[in-house]
Design a protein around this ligand. Structure first.
Ligand SMILES: [Zn+2]
Ligand SMILES: [Zn+2]
Length: 197
């Protein structure tokens, strides 16, 4: 239901405000890692950023955000669409989607760790997922449909947190976590699962 997600988002937003020094300001204080997207949002709002059509609208339903590749929208205080876009270079890759619950949980993790949470992979189109499978890169080959294709997964890393510290934070929000040398994979599947790449 829409209400559930909205409540989750609202409580997150309220706690974001409570954690900030400048509670009188309407916009939460920006952290360095979001400066660029904040500036882009301003430029879009002013209509001075040419490559983005200001009439573009972020589509959404109860579970997902939908956008076209290249469209930039702020999804939560810490994350925008660009960070979750498929990283392929295929012309056919236009439709992008990402789970609201996923982004909302990552935003909570980001608030807790108080440092940038880098998304190294978010949504993947079917073709890109196949490219990754064929190249033998870190992925669970046995799984027919990757949770990345469903828009329900992200690979994340931080600069300064130890692997163990980041894992502890991820574990309080995700059941399904894959461990690689340079990143963690998290997805929305329920039931505790851990695996190594
Ligand atoms: Zn793609
Ligand atoms: Zn992954």
């Amino acid at each position: 239901m829409k209400g559930t997600w909205f409540k989750e988002f609202l409580s997150m937003f309220i706690s974001a405000f409570l954690n900030k020094d400048h509670v009188h300001k309407q916009v939460p204080k920006r952290e360095p890692d979001t400066d660029k997207s904040a500036m882009t949002s301003v430029l879009v709002a002013l209509g001075t950023l040419e490559e983005v059509n200001v009439e573009d609208k972020l589509e959404e339903d109860d579970k997902f955000f939908y956008w076209k590749k290249g469209q930039l929208f702020q999804l939560t205080p810490y994350f925008d669409t660009k960070e979750f876009e498929c990283q392929c270079s295929l012309e056919t890759c236009t439709d992008q989607k990402i789970s609201k619950s996923l982004v909302s949980r990552l935003n909570l993790v980001r608030m807790e760790i108080k440092e940038p949470l880098k998304i190294t992979s978010g949504f993947r189109c079917k073709e890109h997922q196949q490219e990754i499978r064929d190249s033998g890169q870190s992925t669970v080959v046995a799984v027919k449909t990757s949770t990345h294709e469903l828009g329900e997964a992200a690979d994340v890393r931080t600069e300064n947190l130890s692997h163990k510290e980041l894992l502890e934070h991820l574990e309080s929000h995700f059941d399904s976590i894959g461990l690689a040398n340079t990143f963690y994979h998290v997805d929305l599947r329920t039931g505790r699962r851990r695996w190594n790449y």
